[in-house]
Structure formats: structure tokens, C-alpha cells
Design a protein around this ligand. Structure first.
Ligand code: PEP
Ligand code: CO
Length: 451
């Protein structure tokens, strides 16, 4: 925020310990890339980012709901128009289910156009008896499990920037150029979804929306002039993990003199990098974007209050989202004390539930997976806790893809343990497929209605 109190610069984080940074082998090559990136056009501009802060302030105040969704990790390989379009389709579908089912405006945000860096619980892994560096996301190294593929390559920062720019360009075209028009509500239902129970239920909602649009037109309402029916605001977000990259894209707004990280509209701090004396907190305190912090099961009320004070000392509504990922088994015990502490302090936070990261386990066949029942259980407990404390359960943060993958278990069209190998394609954590994502949206719509 405006940081007269202690001097902040886009590089002041460099004086502090930065967790989860790659061991770049060639500092000169890294510096060259970062220098070049610092002269490239920003991906988003300050005015948009400020608009998102006001939008999230509405969400924090209980007037709207945030749907933040996308890959665990975007990939350089899996980069086509169809992949981007299908991810957008499933998010638009979920937003329709939530808006229609609960009558609440939905703010749509992707984990997209920049979600390329991963924190890891271990810096190395053992493959066939050999210790190699862990995969840290396509922005850093290659997933292929051999030592040379895992050497961090700064050229990948440039490639992540380029892919983010193209992705964002297509998203802007889709969301402003007719694809996200509410009259297209049927076309967002992909075939593998449409033939399922979840997809048919969606068809009925889509038919209802079409009827409503026809009804309004028949009443003489000029729908063509209603921009909100034909375009959507779609925001980008990612975990701002690799601080050199984020610094290179941080720019001073010529209108206000304030600093913005122009790599995305919203950036968040992961559960592994939220140390109070760490470099991530230092970097984040000075950028004026809306920001998130992931809160895992080790978060204490005191720590969370300290985060609020450090990251939002001016108590700007919409500035700070707290994204809890506590695990279905522990949320009931761990969440209420956090909510009470923040509520009683008067900090205007937006509470978001990440029901994915606290519910990962290894299947009998050795696949990292999640069961949709546990994911829904965490969301249910999140809603109950907020309802009990009188706070607004403001959003969900989920890992999903438009593809027909078999990475998470369960759902109305159940994915079984024995099927995980069929289409397990994620670059990192297991994602919900299109049908499971709709299942989740129906459940959240029920919870929003108070069911
Ligand atoms: C993630 O969002 O992919 C992630 C690593 O989350 P967390 O920081 O909550 O573990
Ligand atoms: Co993940």
C-alpha cells in the first residue's frame, strides 16, 4: 500500500530470505531475462486492477461471490486455443449455475495467464534411485524426470510471460467479443459434459435462461443494449512465487504514482511463503493489487492478524482475500478461531475457501488425488463456520480443467480409483473435470441459497 512508513521498492524483497526460489545456475543469464522483461509491456494495467479491488470489496461485503478457478499449474505443452476456451467454458458454466441457482452476482477469476510456478514440499525427489531437483513449474524447469530437465532455465520466464500475454489476449477476445454472451449459454456445455446427468441439469438451466431472455425481449426490453448480457469481466490471477519475475513486471502507475504488479489482476502468496519476515510479504506489501494469502492448517489467529496488519494496514476493502485450505477433517476446528480474530479486529477481508489443497492423498495405485466428497465437505464446513460467526463465505478457489480428465475421484458420474490412470494429465495437482466442476457448482449454489 502507500508505504511511506518504511521504504519499499519493487526490489526491497531482495534483502530478505525468499522461500521456494529456484537455484538458477547462471545469474548473468537470469539478470538478462529479468532486465528484458522489465521493459516489456505490462499484461494488465492499473485501472483494471483498481476496478477489481472495488469489485472484490463488494464481494467482501456479501453482495457477490468469487469463483476463482483453473489449473494447478499451466503448461507450455498444453497451450492451444481449445484448451483456453474449454477452461473458460467450464468457468462460465459454473458461474451460470451459481448466478441462476443462488441469485448472487459471480466474479469470475482464472488461475490462468501466469500460473506457472509451483512451491514444493521437498526441493528434490528420488527417481529410480537418483536424487534430482523437484519440478517447480514450467516457468522454472521441465517436468521430465531427469536431472538435466530439472535445471532451472531463465529462458522459461520469458516464455511464461509470452504465453501469459497470448492467453490473456484470447481471454479478452472471448469474454468481450461474443463468446461469453449469455445467448451462448448452451454452447458452453461440452459434449462429454452434456451427455452426463450434470450436463443435462445444466441444459435445463440454460433453457430457463433462454426463456427468460425471450420473455424480456417480448416485453419490449432492448437486450442488445445491455452490455452485461453480452460481455463478462474475467480476471486473471496466479501465485506470485518467483519474485524476480514479479518484480520485473511491477510498474508505477503514471496517474497515481502507486506501484502495481502488472503480471496479473490478483496475485496470491502461497501457504509455504507467508513467513512474516520473508521476502514474499515484503514484496506484496508494496504492490497495490488486490492480493490473496493461502492459509493452511498451521495458521494461527495471531499470525493471520499480523498478515492483515502488514498487508492491509489501511484496511482497504477488497485488498485482501484470505484463502483457507484447512482440510475437510480440520476446518470445523481450525476455521472459527481465525474468523473470530479477523472479524473482531474489524479488518475487511474477503474469505475464500480452497477445498482442494487440504484434501490431497495418494491413491492405492500411487496417484496424487482428491475425492469430490471431501472437497464438498470442506466447502460445506466453510459455509457453516461463516454462517455461525456472521461473516460472509465469499468465494471458492478450485483446481479444474475443461478436459475430460480422471484426476479426482467421485462425482455424480463417478471417477473410480481404478480409472485414475485413464486420463491423468495434470502438470501438478489433480484437477476436477468438467462434470465434477458442475457438481461442485450445484452444491455451492445450494449452500448460497442456505440449503
Ligand atoms: C496451489 O494453489 O497450487 C498451492 C500450491 O496452494 P497452497 O499454497 O495453498 O499449498
Ligand atoms: Co495445486
Amino acid at each position: 500500500m502507500t508505504t511511506e512508513a518504511s521504504s519499499w521498492t519493487p526490489s526491497s524483497w531482495r534483502a530478505l530470505p525468499a522461500a521456494q526460489q529456484p537455484d538458477w545456475p547462471d545469474q548473468g543469464a537470469l539478470d538478462d531475462v529479468l532486465k528484458r522483461l522489465s521493459t516489456r509491456p505490462p499484461l494488465v494495467f492499473a485501472g483494471e486492477v483498481r476496478q477489481l479491488t472495488s469489485t472484490l470489496a463488494e464481494v467482501a461485503a456479501g453482495k457477490a461471490f468469487l469463483l476463482q478457478a483453473g489449473d494447478c499449474a499451466e503448461s507450455f505443452e498444453d497451450f492451444t486455443a481449445d484448451v483456453i476456451r474449454d477452461k473458460l467454458k467450464v468457468i462460465l458454466q459454473m458461474a451460470v449455475v451459481l448466478t441462476y441457482g443462488a441469485g448472487v452476482p459471480v466474479v469470475k477469476m482464472g488461475r490462468i495467464a501466469g500460473q506457472f510456478a509451483k512451491p514444493r514440499s521437498s526441493a528434490t525427489e528420488v527417481v529410480d534411485g537418483v536424487v534430482i531437483p523437484a519440478y517447480r513449474g514450467d516457468m522454472v524447469n521441465d517436468m521430465t524426470a531427469d536431472a538435466s530437465s530439472r535445471i532451472p532455465d531463465p529462458g522459461r520466464l520469458q516464455r511464461a510471460y509470452d504465453q501469459s500475454a497470448s492467453t490473456l489476449n484470447l481471454l479478452r477476445a472471448f469474454t468481450k467479443g461474443g463468446f461469453a454472451d449469455l445467448n451462448q449459454v448452451h454452447t458452453w456445455n461440452q459434449e462429454f459434459v452434456a451427455t452426463s446427468a450434470e450436463g443435462q441439469r445444466y441444459e435445463r438451466i440454460a433453457a430457463g435462461i433462454e426463456r427468460a431472455l425471450r420473455f424480456m425481449a417480448a416485453c419490449g426490453i432492448d437486450l442488445s443494449s445491455e452490455a452485461t448480457l453480452h460481455q463478462v469481466d474475467f480476471w486473471t490471477s496466479h501465485e506470485a512465487l518467483i519474485l524476480g519475475y514479479e518484480e520485473a513486471l511491477t510498474r508505477q502507475d503514471s496517474l497515481t504514482g502507486l506501484w502495481y504488479d502488472c503480471s496479473a489482476h490478483l496475485v496470491w502468496i502461497g501457504d509455504r511463503t507467508r513467513q512474516h519476515d520473508g521476502a514474499h510479504l515484503e514484496f506484496f506489501r508494496g504492490i497495490n493489487n488486490p492480493i490473496g494469502v493461502k492459509l493452511g492448517p498451521t495458521s494461527t489467529p495471531d499470525e493471520v492478524l499480523e498478515l492483515c496488519e502488514r498487508l492491509n494496514p489501511d484496511r482497504i476493502p477488497g485488498r485482501l482475500s484470505l484463502i483457507t485450505r484447512l482440510g475437510a477433517d480440520r476446518v470445523e476446528e481450525l476455521l472459527p478461531p481465525l474468523i473470530r480474530a479477523v472479524r473482531d479486529s474489524g479488518h475487511p477481508v474477503l474469505w475464500v475457501c480452497d477445498p482442494m489443497h487440504g484434501n490431497t492423498f495418494v491413491s492405492a495405485g500411487g496417484r496424487k488425488t482428491r475425492h469430490l466428497d471431501r472437497v464438498l465437505a470442506e466447502i460445506g464446513a466453510f459455509f457453516r463456520a461463516h454462517r455461525a460467526e456472521g461473516t460472509w463465505p465469499g468465494g471458492v478457489h478450485v483446481e479444474l480443467t475443461g478436459d475430460d480428465v480422471t484426476e479426482c475421484l467421485g462425482g455424480a458420474e463417478e471417477v473410480l480409483d481404478s480409472q485414475l490412470d485413464l486420463r491423468y494429465l495434470t502438470a501438478c495437482d489433480p484437477r476436477l473435470n468438467g462434470r465434477q466442476s458442475l457438481d461442485l457448482a450445484y452444491r455451492v449454489a445450494e449452500l448460497l441459497r442456505g440449503g
